[in-house]
Every structure is written in structure tokens, then in C-alpha cells.
Design a protein around this ligand. Structure first.
Ligand code: AMP
Length: 447
């Protein structure tokens, strides 16, 4: 491997990025809202490690899945274990359920999480190699209301953040009884079109024909338009289950669209699958869409996928454990931030300083240093520039921030234990003793 140049070393690796305070204010607003709603619905927090045994993902996600096939960061440890940076959380949460004895908890077990995930993808708008997700999982329940609650919470989070035109695309991909028949039909259909398939799909056809419906290649998207649909092959149980989910969505007036070709990237899904979009006819961000799905809907709106999920009743069995019905989903947080900024939605508000502390001279600096803490304990947002000594510089900063009062401590005030309160709007000043200061500021700020 050629050595990196000095310049390359101080650049983040491809697809990785720093998140700075501007974006973090959005992130915090999303997480605060998501936590509040998830906790209201009885979900408990969980944090899982960033590293796992690679097989925890490759088995349930499917060796042929895009993520395992191309995107998983794996490495061998010095001890010889094959580990992976987590590309998603669901398999981890199943592992945690089994390992942490959650089978003895009251069921269903409802969990939420957020954090970084890693996929070695081609970076583009809305697609990174390290990205953040917020997710929900309900373990140990088949009732369709659990699927609907997951979808409803995702919907509510977006709605409460101020998003309009939220659209859920939903499908049922059947269970292990009826899906195999559909897969066969699908394989027969695609075999006849073999020569038109992309290189990857030619290979995928043998392993899992469902995966072809998820292909992003233009030619394969075209072929999909006439492919058989799962909905026509659902067994009675799956049909009833799907109908149940849709009825709850209707009850909650959640806008959804049946998408008969929606499959998800991972093998472990069964029955309900869904994706969440913001409909946006003028969106310049189509390329950021997870799927850009041109599906069977004549006029599919241009939309960006903010999240997705589904039911995965077979996952635990794939991991070699007792069967555990479950449903869940995840939001891509960078994508929500991007859309919030684009649509002018509000980030988390941080209390702006309404008072600014100014000190002149070394004794005053020490007084100011302690006074900051008194003001913090009183929850008075205060700005400072303790490292500066010049009065004019500090006054300028205070004016720039737009505070109501400047608290000025000079040599004289430091000696006698007083503070000058300067009203920045009126330009008036008043000297108060420090023991009366808090009272005075609070009264002044109330006016
Ligand atoms: P998935 O885990 O693939 O079902 O993805 C769930 C959501 O995570 C997607 O709808 C995206 O919003 C987001 N997401 C997935 N992959 C990426 C990525 N590489 N970069 C940014 N967001 C992503």
C-alpha cells in the first residue's frame, strides 16, 4: 500500500465526515423527538457495540445482499476472529435479546437505538460510509398492530418535526410458506429475460430472485414493471396479516401507498416491508433517494427514502435460535437532517446569552471566572470572552451577540465587590453590589 501523503492524512477517509454543531442541533432535535415518542409507546433504549462477529450479519442479511456482498467492513483481529463494523442493528439486537436474557422480560420487548453504522458504499449525496440511524424493534409479537405501531411512530416523528407530505410505501413479501412459490415464479420470469439482466442480477437470480426487484440498474428497473407480484401469491395468513396492518394505518390516517415490488435489501425480512418518503415533486435530491423507485405506480412521485423496515419473524431462527417474531425499522439521520435544512425546519434551540461578562484587569478576570459559575447555577445564559482583556473588544462581542446587559468588572469593581450593569439598548449603566446582582439581572431580563 503506498504511504499516504501528509495532506491525505489530515483528510477524513472517503465517505466519512465530521458532524459540526450546525448539523448536531438538527440531530439533537430529531433524537429528542424520536426518544420522546418511542418512550411514550413503551420502547426502552439499547446501545450495542460497533463491532460484532461478521457472521452475525452475513448469515441473516444474506451472503448475496448488497451490504454483505460489497459493503461490509470486515477485518481479522490479532486473535484470528473475523469481525465487522456493524452495517445495521437488527441482527445485533436479536443477539442482545438472546445474550442478555430478554426472553424473561415482559413481551413484546420494545427497544429503540441510535448511533453510527458503516457500509462501504459509493459515497454520494445522502449516502455515506459512516452514517447514523435511529431505529425501533418490537420482539416477540406477530399481531399486525405491532407493525402498525412501528410505522406510526416513524410517521409521528417526522410529522412532529414539521414534515409534510410524508408517504409510507408498503408491501408484504409473504412468509416461508408462500414466498418460495413466488420466488419460483419470479425466477421463471427473469430466466426468460436473462440476457437483459445486469451482471449482478444474473448472479443474484440463482441465489435470491427477490433481490432482482431491488436492483438499481436502469435495465433491471424496466424489467421489474412486468414481473409477477407477491400480493397475488400471499397465503391466507399473510393476506390477513397484511390487511390487519393496513387497517391500523387507515385507522391512524397514515398515508400509505401499496408498492407491490417493494422488497428490502436484507434476506431476513418476511411479511410487512415498508419505506418512508417525503413526497416532493420538485426535489433536486432524487439522486439521494435510496431507491429512486420507479415501481408499478404509473406516476411514482420523486421522493427521498428517509427510512425503512419490516417484519423479520425468521431472523432468530436463521441465527440458530428459537423462533422469535419481530418487526422494526430505521431512519437515516443524515438524510432527515438534509431534508430538514432544505425545507427550513427548525433545529434544536439553544439558549442564547442574554448577558455578557466583561472584565478588565487580572483581579477582575478572576472575579469574572467565578461569577460565570454563579450565573450558570442560576440558569442565566451568559456569554464571555475571558481570554480577552480589552474593554472595546469585549463590548463589540457583546453587541454582536445582541445581549441585553453587559456585566462589567473593572479594577475598582473587583476591589469593592461590585459590578456595572450596562443596558446595551439604552446605553445606561448602574453599579450594583455583587450580592444583589442575580436579583437585578433576573428583574431586568423580565422587563
Ligand atoms: P436500511 O438499514 O438499509 O434499511 O436503511 C434505513 C435507512 O438508513 C435508509 O432509508 C436511509 O435513510 C439510511 N441509510 C442507509 N444507508 C445509508 C448510507 N449509506 N448513508 C446514509 N444513510 C443511509
Amino acid at each position: 500500500m503506498p504511504k499516504k501523503t501528509k495532506k491525505e492524512i489530515i483528510r477524513s477517509p472517503k465517505g466519512m465526515h465530521d458532524m459540526l454543531s450546525g448539523d448536531i442541533r438538527y440531530l439533537e432535535r430529531i433524537i429528542d423527538m424520536a426518544k420522546e415518542i418511542a418512550e411514550f409507546y413503551g420502547f426502552l433504549p439499547i446501545q450495542t457495540p460497533h463491532l460484532e462477529h461478521a457472521e452475525l450479519f452475513s448469515r441473516p442479511l444474506g451472503e448475496m445482499s448488497e451490504v454483505v456482498e460489497k459493503q461490509m467492513y470486515t477485518f481479522r483481529t490479532k486473535g484470528g476472529d473475523l469481525l465487522a463494523l456493524r452495517p445495521e442493528a437488527t441482527a445485533q439486537i436479536m443477539r442482545a435479546y438472546s445474550e442478555s436474557g430478554m426472553n424473561s422480560w415482559p413481551h413484546p420487548v420494545k427497544l429503540f437505538y441510535y448511533g453510527s453504522f458503516f457500509r462501504h458504499e459509493n459515497p454520494q449525496k445522502g449516502r455515506f460510509r459512516e452514517f447514523r440511524q435511529f431505529g425501533l424493534e418490537t420482539l416477540g409479537e406477530t399481531d399486525p398492530v405491532t407493525d402498525a405501531i412501528i410505522i406510526k411512530i416513524f410517521y409521528l416523528i417526522l410529522h412532529e418535526l414539521g414534515f409534510e407530505n410524508i408517504l409510507i410505501r408498503i408491501n408484504s413479501i409473504g412468509d416461508k410458506e408462500c414466498r418460495p412459490y413466488y420466488k419460483k415464479e419470479l425466477a421463471n420470469y427473469y430466466k426468460k429475460k436473462f440476457n437483459y439482466l445486469c451482471k449482478d442480477c444474473k448472479r443474484r437470480l440463482k441465489e435470491n430472485p427477490l433481490r432482482l426487484l431491488d436492483c438499481k440498474e436502469e435495465s433491471c428497473i424496466e424489467l421489474k414493471a412486468k414481473a409477477p407480484q407477491m400480493i397475488d401469491h400471499l397465503c391466507d395468513e399473510c393476506k390477513t396479516h397484511f390487511k390487519g396492518v393496513l387497517e391500523f394505518l387507515d385507522e391512524a390516517e397514515i398515508p400509505y401507498m401499496l408498492d407491490n415490488y417493494l422488497v428490502r435489501g436484507f434476506d431476513y425480512y418476511g411479511r410487512t416491508v415498508f419505506e418512508i418518503f417525503i413526497e416532493n415533486s420538485e426535489s433536486p435530491a432524487k439522486e439521494a433517494s435510496n431507491e429512486g423507485k420507479e415501481n408499478n405506480h404509473e406516476k411514482a412521485p420523486i421522493a427521498i427514502a428517509l427510512g425503512g423496515g419490516g417484519r423479520y419473524d425468521e431472523l432468530m431462527a436463521i441465527l440458530g435460535e428459537k423462533i422469535l417474531p419481530a418487526v422494526g425499522g430505521a431512519f437515516g439521520l443524515e438524510r432527515i437532517i438534509f431534508e430538514m435544512k432544505r425545507l427550513g425546519l427548525q433545529p434544536r434551540r439553544v439558549a442564547q446569552p442574554r448577558v455578557f461578562l466583561i472584565q478588565i484587569g487580572s483581579t477582575a478576570k478572576k472575579r469574572g471566572f467565578s461569577l460565570m459559575e454563579e450565573l450558570r447555577e442560576e440558569r442565566i445564559p451568559v456569554g464571555e470572552s475571558l481570554s480577552r482583556d480589552n474593554l472595546k473588544t469585549q463590548l463589540n462581542i457583546a453587541a454582536k451577540i445582541g445581549v441585553r446587559f453587559a456585566l462589567i468588572i473593572g479594577q475598582k469593581e473587583a476591589m469593592e465587590g461590585s459590578v456595572i450593569i450596562r443596558n446595551m439598548d439604552e446605553g445606561t449603566q448602574e453599579v450594583v453590589m455583587q450580592n444583589k446582582l442575580i436579583e437585578k439581572i433576573k428583574a431586568g431580563l423580565k422587563k
